[in-house]
Ligand binder design. Structure first.
Ligand SMILES: [Zn+2]
Length: 60
C-alpha cells in the first residue's frame, strides 16, 4: 500500500481515503459528498465525477 495519494476532487495529497479504480478520493471529500444536498450544484459535479470513475472501474 502506498502512503497517501492525490485526491481527484481537491487535488491534495492525503493519507486517508477511498481508492476507486486508479483514482483516489480523500476522506474529507468523501464526507463532503455524503453531507451534500441533492439540490446542491457541487453534488452533481461530484456525482458526475464518481460516474466517470465507476465507468473506468467497469472497463477494468
Ligand atoms: Zn479530497
Amino acid at each position: 500500500m502506498r502512503l497517501g495519494d492525490n485526491c481527484v476532487i481537491c487535488n491534495k495529497r492525503k493519507e486517508e481515503g477511498l481508492h476507486i479504480a486508479n483514482s483516489f478520493i480523500c476522506f474529507t471529500c468523501e464526507n463532503k459528498i455524503v453531507e451534500l444536498d441533492e439540490n446542491d450544484l457541487m453534488y452533481h459535479t461530484l456525482v458526475k465525477q464518481m460516474r466517470n470513475l465507476s465507468s473506468n472501474f467497469i472497463r477494468k
